[in-house]
Design a protein. Sequence first.
Length: 317
Amino acid sequence: MNLQQFRFVRETIRRNFNLTEAARSLYTSQPGVSKAIIEFEDELGIKIFERHGKRIKGLTKPGQAVAQVIERIMLEVDNLKRVSDEFAREDEGSLTIGCTHTQARYLLPRVIPAFRERFPKVRLQLAEGDPVTLARMVLHEQADMAIATETLARTPGLATLPVYEWEHTIVIRPDHPLAELRSSAARAISLEQVAAYPIVTYDRAFTGRSSIDAVFAKKGIQPDIVLEAIDADVIKTYVDVGLGIGIIAGIAFDPRRDKGLIGLPAGHLFGSHTARVAVKSGVFLRDYVYVLIEMLAPHLTRDMVQEAVENSGVVEA
């Protein structure tokens, strides 16, 4: 048995048992992948994959155990490469950050310039997506880390830590009837008042949308959500043209930048949320990854991150 066989098995599983896709991602031929897997099964004396004709349909029971072992082996092989890079290349390398649009637009610009100044030879890449996709990217080592609110803490195989707490903000035009509440206590805004107007807010996979839906459902209120988007800037644009009131993450509203809109805090309605950073459990982290995490959240020390990674931990806020 050899590492190439391990790679073929792992990639076949990651590509949902599609040998053609697995071969394409590994820059080899589909017959070559199929032959290597069969030879590996013959060597082990067990069937790893369930088949229907020539098509692979899933993992057998022993195949599930083999897949777990292969994942551990390949993780340590990748760790060896990272250790080599850390000590041979020190401050050189690459870093792929999986993030939602909110984090890419409003959180990361606060730290990326300082990070680049400290590590000018590190190549950065932002990979935007929904939280489920981001979790999968980290697990499959297509991203070194991910930042999001939903999903990450519930994904096995990830170590996650809290970055910051946030609440929703209601955004309206200055001529909107709710604008009169700007000078009064924000808690005077009721859920019924919010539901009286068309609403523009996030897609169901993003930025606390599930909590918004849950609050309305608990009160037996059916909100008139006229537009869903993954981007707070898009939401604010449609609020500005009069489509409705917006519900966005508080970090996405800046009175100095969003001068044409009014922001009303809505934490008392929709609760508080935690944006988290995630890395793959058991992975060896380059020094600059620890530094970036500490830049994002100064309360997260290297020891805290390392303990979470080694123990597959979910560190609470």
